[in-house]
Design a protein around this ligand. Structure first.
Ligand code: NAD
Length: 248
Protein backbone atom coordinates (compact mmCIF):
# COMPACT_ATOMS: atom_id res chain seq x y z
CA UNK A 1 0.00 0.00 0.00
CA UNK A 2 2.84 2.42 0.79
CA UNK A 3 5.33 1.15 -1.78
CA UNK A 4 5.97 4.49 -3.45
CA UNK A 5 5.63 6.55 -0.27
CA UNK A 6 8.39 8.42 1.54
CA UNK A 7 7.64 8.82 5.23
CA UNK A 8 9.54 11.03 7.69
CA UNK A 9 9.15 10.06 11.35
CA UNK A 10 10.49 12.45 14.00
CA UNK A 11 11.54 10.82 17.25
CA UNK A 12 11.56 7.59 15.30
CA UNK A 13 14.49 5.92 17.04
CA UNK A 14 12.61 4.47 20.00
CA UNK A 15 9.22 4.01 21.61
CA UNK A 16 6.10 4.85 19.61
CA UNK A 17 8.15 6.35 16.74
CA UNK A 18 10.12 3.13 16.39
CA UNK A 19 6.87 1.14 16.25
CA UNK A 20 5.56 3.49 13.57
CA UNK A 21 8.82 3.17 11.58
CA UNK A 22 8.62 -0.64 11.67
CA UNK A 23 4.97 -0.59 10.55
CA UNK A 24 5.75 1.60 7.53
CA UNK A 25 8.81 -0.52 6.71
CA UNK A 26 6.60 -3.65 6.70
CA UNK A 27 4.15 -1.79 4.42
CA UNK A 28 6.89 -1.14 1.88
CA UNK A 29 7.45 2.59 2.49
CA UNK A 30 10.77 4.40 2.27
CA UNK A 31 11.44 5.37 5.87
CA UNK A 32 13.36 8.38 7.17
CA UNK A 33 14.08 8.34 10.90
CA UNK A 34 14.77 11.78 12.34
CA UNK A 35 15.98 11.65 15.90
CA UNK A 36 18.41 13.40 18.21
CA UNK A 37 19.69 10.03 19.47
CA UNK A 38 22.52 8.96 17.14
CA UNK A 39 23.12 5.48 18.59
CA UNK A 40 19.47 4.38 18.63
CA UNK A 41 18.83 5.94 15.22
CA UNK A 42 21.76 4.06 13.66
CA UNK A 43 20.66 0.84 15.37
CA UNK A 44 17.14 1.08 13.92
CA UNK A 45 18.55 2.02 10.52
CA UNK A 46 20.50 -1.26 10.54
CA UNK A 47 17.40 -3.23 11.55
CA UNK A 48 15.38 -1.67 8.73
CA UNK A 49 18.18 -2.43 6.28
CA UNK A 50 18.09 -6.09 7.38
CA UNK A 51 14.33 -6.08 6.63
CA UNK A 52 15.10 -4.91 3.08
CA UNK A 53 13.57 -1.49 3.70
CA UNK A 54 14.75 1.66 1.90
CA UNK A 55 15.70 3.76 4.90
CA UNK A 56 17.72 6.75 6.06
CA UNK A 57 18.61 7.98 9.53
CA UNK A 58 19.17 11.73 9.81
CA UNK A 59 20.32 13.00 13.19
CA UNK A 60 17.98 15.90 13.93
CA UNK A 61 17.15 18.14 16.85
CA UNK A 62 13.54 19.12 16.09
CA UNK A 63 13.76 22.08 18.45
CA UNK A 64 16.14 23.73 15.94
CA UNK A 65 14.66 25.27 12.78
CA UNK A 66 17.86 24.77 10.78
CA UNK A 67 17.92 21.04 11.62
CA UNK A 68 14.33 20.76 10.37
CA UNK A 69 15.07 22.55 7.09
CA UNK A 70 18.11 20.31 6.60
CA UNK A 71 16.11 17.14 7.43
CA UNK A 72 13.53 17.80 4.73
CA UNK A 73 16.17 18.84 2.19
CA UNK A 74 18.28 15.72 2.81
CA UNK A 75 15.15 13.57 2.49
CA UNK A 76 14.30 15.10 -0.89
CA UNK A 77 17.91 14.78 -2.06
CA UNK A 78 17.87 11.07 -1.16
CA UNK A 79 14.33 9.93 -2.00
CA UNK A 80 13.04 12.67 -4.32
CA UNK A 81 9.96 13.71 -2.33
CA UNK A 82 8.05 13.48 0.96
CA UNK A 83 4.55 11.95 1.08
CA UNK A 84 3.99 11.43 4.80
CA UNK A 85 5.20 13.23 7.93
CA UNK A 86 4.72 11.76 11.41
CA UNK A 87 5.39 14.46 14.04
CA UNK A 88 6.19 12.17 16.95
CA UNK A 89 9.25 13.56 18.78
CA UNK A 90 8.46 14.72 22.27
CA UNK A 91 9.79 15.26 25.75
CA UNK A 92 8.06 15.21 29.13
CA UNK A 93 8.39 17.74 31.97
CA UNK A 94 7.19 17.10 35.50
CA UNK A 95 7.75 20.22 37.61
CA UNK A 96 5.57 22.27 39.96
CA UNK A 97 4.30 25.46 38.26
CA UNK A 98 5.89 27.37 41.17
CA UNK A 99 9.32 26.14 40.11
CA UNK A 100 9.16 25.75 36.34
CA UNK A 101 11.80 28.01 34.72
CA UNK A 102 11.30 29.86 31.45
CA UNK A 103 14.22 27.90 30.04
CA UNK A 104 12.53 24.56 30.80
CA UNK A 105 9.13 25.85 29.62
CA UNK A 106 10.64 27.00 26.31
CA UNK A 107 12.49 23.70 25.85
CA UNK A 108 9.24 21.72 26.07
CA UNK A 109 7.34 24.15 23.84
CA UNK A 110 10.05 24.10 21.18
CA UNK A 111 10.57 20.33 21.24
CA UNK A 112 6.91 19.25 21.35
CA UNK A 113 4.92 22.04 19.70
CA UNK A 114 7.03 24.47 17.65
CA UNK A 115 8.65 21.45 16.01
CA UNK A 116 5.25 20.25 14.79
CA UNK A 117 4.60 23.56 13.06
CA UNK A 118 8.05 23.92 11.48
CA UNK A 119 8.32 20.27 10.39
CA UNK A 120 4.83 20.53 8.87
CA UNK A 121 5.71 23.81 7.13
CA UNK A 122 8.85 22.40 5.55
CA UNK A 123 7.31 19.05 4.59
CA UNK A 124 4.21 20.71 3.12
CA UNK A 125 6.41 22.79 0.79
CA UNK A 126 7.46 19.46 -0.77
CA UNK A 127 4.10 17.68 -0.54
CA UNK A 128 2.19 20.40 -2.40
CA UNK A 129 4.17 19.55 -5.55
CA UNK A 130 3.13 15.85 -5.39
CA UNK A 131 0.28 14.75 -7.63
CA UNK A 132 -1.48 13.29 -4.57
CA UNK A 133 -0.38 15.91 -2.04
CA UNK A 134 0.54 14.36 1.28
CA UNK A 135 -0.47 13.51 4.81
CA UNK A 136 0.66 14.75 8.23
CA UNK A 137 -0.02 13.04 11.56
CA UNK A 138 1.11 14.49 14.90
CA UNK A 139 1.25 12.91 18.36
CA UNK A 140 -0.85 14.84 20.84
CA UNK A 141 -1.92 13.12 24.08
CA UNK A 142 -4.93 12.54 26.29
CA UNK A 143 -3.11 15.11 28.45
CA UNK A 144 -4.40 17.70 25.99
CA UNK A 145 -7.78 17.17 27.68
CA UNK A 146 -7.04 16.09 31.29
CA UNK A 147 -4.15 16.44 33.72
CA UNK A 148 -2.07 15.21 36.61
CA UNK A 149 -0.41 17.92 38.72
CA UNK A 150 2.85 19.54 37.56
CA UNK A 151 2.47 18.88 33.85
CA UNK A 152 1.60 22.40 32.62
CA UNK A 153 4.21 22.69 29.88
CA UNK A 154 3.57 19.22 28.45
CA UNK A 155 -0.23 19.58 28.54
CA UNK A 156 0.04 22.98 26.84
CA UNK A 157 2.03 21.52 23.95
CA UNK A 158 -0.43 18.69 23.44
CA UNK A 159 -3.45 20.99 23.52
CA UNK A 160 -1.59 23.20 21.06
CA UNK A 161 -1.07 20.28 18.70
CA UNK A 162 -4.82 19.58 18.61
CA UNK A 163 -5.52 23.22 17.66
CA UNK A 164 -2.62 23.40 15.22
CA UNK A 165 -3.98 20.28 13.53
CA UNK A 166 -7.31 21.82 12.51
CA UNK A 167 -5.63 25.12 11.59
CA UNK A 168 -3.14 23.38 9.29
CA UNK A 169 -5.84 21.13 7.84
CA UNK A 170 -7.74 24.28 6.84
CA UNK A 171 -4.70 25.99 5.27
CA UNK A 172 -3.19 22.95 3.55
CA UNK A 173 -6.41 21.33 2.33
CA UNK A 174 -6.29 23.15 -1.03
CA UNK A 175 -2.88 21.55 -1.61
CA UNK A 176 -4.39 18.04 -1.03
CA UNK A 177 -2.55 17.63 2.27
CA UNK A 178 -4.47 16.00 5.13
CA UNK A 179 -3.53 16.90 8.72
CA UNK A 180 -4.64 14.83 11.70
CA UNK A 181 -3.45 14.04 15.21
CA UNK A 182 -3.56 11.13 17.60
CA UNK A 183 -4.01 11.37 21.35
CA UNK A 184 -2.47 8.28 22.89
CA UNK A 185 -3.20 7.27 26.44
CA UNK A 186 -0.83 4.92 28.23
CA UNK A 187 1.36 3.34 25.56
CA UNK A 188 4.00 1.16 27.16
CA UNK A 189 7.33 1.55 25.37
CA UNK A 190 9.44 -0.33 27.93
CA UNK A 191 8.85 -3.61 29.76
CA UNK A 192 5.30 -4.60 28.73
CA UNK A 193 5.60 -8.02 30.40
CA UNK A 194 6.51 -6.30 33.68
CA UNK A 195 3.21 -4.42 33.90
CA UNK A 196 0.86 -5.28 36.79
CA UNK A 197 -2.62 -6.78 36.50
CA UNK A 198 -4.12 -3.52 37.73
CA UNK A 199 -2.26 -1.58 35.02
CA UNK A 200 -4.19 -3.53 32.41
CA UNK A 201 -7.48 -3.94 34.31
CA UNK A 202 -8.05 -0.19 34.80
CA UNK A 203 -8.49 0.21 31.03
CA UNK A 204 -11.89 -0.44 29.42
CA UNK A 205 -9.94 -2.47 26.86
CA UNK A 206 -8.47 -4.64 29.64
CA UNK A 207 -4.92 -3.90 28.56
CA UNK A 208 -2.28 -1.17 28.34
CA UNK A 209 -1.49 0.12 24.84
CA UNK A 210 1.48 -0.76 22.64
CA UNK A 211 3.30 1.26 19.95
CA UNK A 212 1.63 -0.96 17.32
CA UNK A 213 -1.78 0.40 18.41
CA UNK A 214 -0.63 3.89 17.41
CA UNK A 215 1.13 2.71 14.25
CA UNK A 216 -2.15 1.20 12.99
CA UNK A 217 -3.82 4.61 13.25
CA UNK A 218 -0.92 6.29 11.40
CA UNK A 219 -1.34 3.82 8.53
CA UNK A 220 -5.09 4.58 8.46
CA UNK A 221 -4.73 8.37 8.46
CA UNK A 222 -2.01 8.41 5.79
CA UNK A 223 -3.63 5.93 3.40
CA UNK A 224 -4.68 8.06 0.39
CA UNK A 225 -7.99 6.12 0.31
CA UNK A 226 -8.84 7.86 3.61
CA UNK A 227 -8.20 11.43 2.47
CA UNK A 228 -11.74 12.49 3.42
CA UNK A 229 -10.43 12.38 7.01
CA UNK A 230 -8.66 15.61 7.94
CA UNK A 231 -8.45 18.10 10.81
CA UNK A 232 -9.37 15.51 13.40
CA UNK A 233 -7.99 14.03 16.60
CA UNK A 234 -8.24 10.32 17.37
CA UNK A 235 -7.98 9.28 21.00
CA UNK A 236 -6.39 5.86 21.45
CA UNK A 237 -6.37 5.15 25.16
CA UNK A 238 -8.14 1.86 25.81
CA UNK A 239 -11.14 3.92 26.92
CA UNK A 240 -9.41 5.56 29.92
CA UNK A 241 -10.77 9.05 29.19
CA UNK A 242 -14.31 7.67 29.05
CA UNK A 243 -14.25 6.54 32.72
CA UNK A 244 -16.05 8.59 35.38
CA UNK A 245 -13.46 9.50 38.01
CA UNK A 246 -15.62 10.44 41.07
CA UNK A 247 -13.72 9.33 44.18
CA UNK A 248 -16.80 8.18 46.17
P1 NAD B 1 10.06 8.25 23.95
O1 NAD B 1 10.65 9.15 24.98
O2 NAD B 1 10.14 6.77 24.17
O3 NAD B 1 10.69 8.57 22.52
C1 NAD B 1 10.79 9.88 22.08
C2 NAD B 1 11.78 9.94 20.95
O4 NAD B 1 11.91 11.34 20.58
C3 NAD B 1 13.17 9.45 21.35
O5 NAD B 1 13.71 8.63 20.34
C4 NAD B 1 13.96 10.75 21.52
O6 NAD B 1 15.36 10.58 21.25
C5 NAD B 1 13.29 11.64 20.50
N1 NAD B 1 13.51 13.08 20.76
C6 NAD B 1 13.38 13.73 21.93
N2 NAD B 1 13.72 15.03 21.79
C7 NAD B 1 14.06 15.19 20.48
C8 NAD B 1 14.51 16.29 19.71
N3 NAD B 1 14.68 17.52 20.25
N4 NAD B 1 14.75 16.10 18.40
C9 NAD B 1 14.58 14.88 17.83
N5 NAD B 1 14.19 13.79 18.52
C10 NAD B 1 13.92 13.94 19.82
O7 NAD B 1 8.54 8.74 23.79
P2 NAD B 1 7.24 7.91 23.41
O8 NAD B 1 6.60 7.43 24.65
O9 NAD B 1 7.56 6.94 22.33
O10 NAD B 1 6.31 9.09 22.85
C11 NAD B 1 6.32 9.48 21.49
C12 NAD B 1 5.31 10.62 21.33
O11 NAD B 1 4.04 10.20 21.78
C13 NAD B 1 5.66 11.87 22.14
O12 NAD B 1 5.27 13.03 21.42
C14 NAD B 1 4.80 11.71 23.37
O13 NAD B 1 4.51 12.94 23.98
C15 NAD B 1 3.57 11.07 22.78
N6 NAD B 1 2.79 10.32 23.76
C16 NAD B 1 3.28 9.18 24.35
C17 NAD B 1 2.49 8.49 25.26
C18 NAD B 1 2.96 7.21 25.90
O14 NAD B 1 2.25 6.70 26.79
N7 NAD B 1 4.10 6.64 25.54
C19 NAD B 1 1.22 8.96 25.60
C20 NAD B 1 0.76 10.13 24.99
C21 NAD B 1 1.55 10.79 24.07
Amino acid sequence: MFHDSVVVITGGAQGIGRGVALAYAKSGAKVVIADIDLAKGKQLESELQAMGCSRLFIQTDVSKEQDIVSLMQQTVNHFGTINILINNAGTFQYTSPYDLSMEDWNHVIQTNLSSVFFCSREAAKIMRDNENGGSIVSMASTRAFMSEPFTEAYATTKGGIVALTHALARSLGPDRITVNCISPGWIETGDYEGLLTIDHAQHLSGRVGKPADIAQACLYFTNPDNNFVTGTNLTIDGGMTKKMMYED
